[in-house]
Design a protein around this ligand. Structure first.
Ligand SMILES: [Fe+2]
Length: 286
C-alpha cells in the first residue's frame, strides 16, 4: 500500500476549501501569546509563555543590529542552532516565495500541516520564524496541537495507537533536494515519539513523494491530515513584520495558507536542538 503525495494534497485542499474564506481572519487573540522585546531578551517572559502554550510570539521594537542577531541570541534559551535542509550548511534560512520554486517552503501555495525536519534522524525540537515582511493578504499561520491529534487517534483507532510509535511503522520516500540528479531518499519514521518525563512528541509531514505502510496506518495518516485541516482544530493568525514565532516542533504542527506571489512575504527561519538550561516542557502529555 502507498499514499501518493497528490492524494494528501487533495485532502488538505479539500479541507481548506471548506473554510468560508481562504483568507479567513485570525481565529485567536494573538496578543495573548505575545512578548514585547526591545534590545534585551526578557528570558522569564519568553520561557513562561512558551512553556504554557508550546509556542510564543516575540514582537520586536528593536534596532537593526538586534533584529539581525536575535535568532542566534535565542539559542541561549532554545539550544544550539542546527543545520537546515534544504539549505545545506545553513543555520539561518530565508523563506521567500516564487511560484516556480517546487520546494514547498519556497513557493506561495498552501502548505499543509506538518512538523519540520521529519526526515532528519534528529528533527529540530524548536523552530523560530522571524517575519521580515508579511503579505497583506493570506500567508496565515495555522497551528494544531499534537495532543489533539493523539487523542483523536486514541478515540478512533485505539488498537493501532501503539503501532504509531514503531520506528519501522512508516517508510517515506523523499526527493533529495541537494542532489542535481533525481535521487530518492528512503527513511523510516514513527508518527509519535516517547520523550522524557512521560511526554510524547509528533513527527508528521504529508509533503513527501510517497509514504508506504500497512493499510491501517495509511488510513490513519489520511485521517490525521483531514482532522488537522479542519479549521475548528486550528489556531490561525497572521505573523506580521517584526514578529518571531517560536514553536515546539514536537507538540504542534504548523501550516501556512496561500498568499499572492508578489506579496513580498519574507521570513527567516532557525532550528534549535532544544538542549537548554531551562525546562522548556517540550512535547505533550497524553
Ligand atoms: Fe515548516
Amino acid at each position: 500500500m502507498t499514499i501518493q503525495l497528490d492524494e494528501i494534497y487533495q485532502l488538505s485542499y479539500l479541507a481548506r476549501d471548506l473554510e468560508p474564506n481562504q483568507y479567513s481572519p485570525n481565529s485567536i487573540d494573538k496578543t495573548k501569546y505575545i512578548v514585547n522585546v526591545n534590545n534585551l531578551l526578557p528570558f522569564d517572559d519568553i520561557i513562561s509563555k512558551f512553556v504554557s502554550n508550546n509556542f510564543v510570539i516575540l514582537k520586536l521594537d528593536s534596532d537593526e543590529y538586534f533584529k539581525n542577531n536575535i535568532l542566534s541570541e535565542l539559542s541561549k534559551i532554545f539550544g544550539k542552532m542546527i543545520e537546515q535542509t534544504p539549505a545545506k550548511d545553513s543555520i539561518v534560512y530565508n523563506i521567500e516565495s516564487s511560484r516556480s520554486n517546487k520546494t514547498s517552503t519556497k513557493n506561495n501555495t498552501y502548505q499543509p500541516l506538518h512538523s519540520d525536519g521529519n526526515f532528519k534522524p534528529n528533527p529540530p525540537k524548536i523552530i523560530a520564524l522571524q517575519c521580515l515582511q508579511h503579505s497583506e493578504l493570506g500567508g496565515y499561520t495555522k497551528l494544531v496541537y499534537a495532543r489533539k491529534i493523539y487523542n483523536f487517534v486514541k478515540d478512533t483507532s485505539p488498537s493501532e495507537l501503539e503501532n504509531l510509535f514503531d520506528i519501522n511503522g512508516i517508510k517515506f520516500y523523499r526527493k533529495d533536494r541537494n542532489s542535481k540528479k533525481l535521487k530518492i531518499i528512503e527513511y523510516n519514521k514513527p508518527i509519535f515519539y516517547r520523550l522524557e518525563n512521560n511526554r510524547f512528541g509528533i513527527s508528521f509531514n504529508p509533503m513527501m513523494s510517497r509514504i508506504e505502510s500497512t493499510k491501517e496506518i495509511e488510513d490513519i495518516y489520511r485521517e490525521i491530515s483531514k482532522f488537522a485541516s479542519e479549521p475548528k482544530n486550528q489556531l490561525t493568525f497572521q505573523l506580521r513584520k517584526d514578529e518571531i514565532l517560536i514553536v515546539d516542533n514536537f507538540s504542534l504542527l504548523h501550516a501556512r495558507t496561500e498568499f499572492p506571489e508578489d506579496g513580498g512575504r519574507l521570513l527567516r527561519r532557525a532550528w534549535y536542538d532544544g538542549e537548554s538550561n531551562y525546562d522548556l516542557n517540550l512535547g505533550f502529555l497524553p
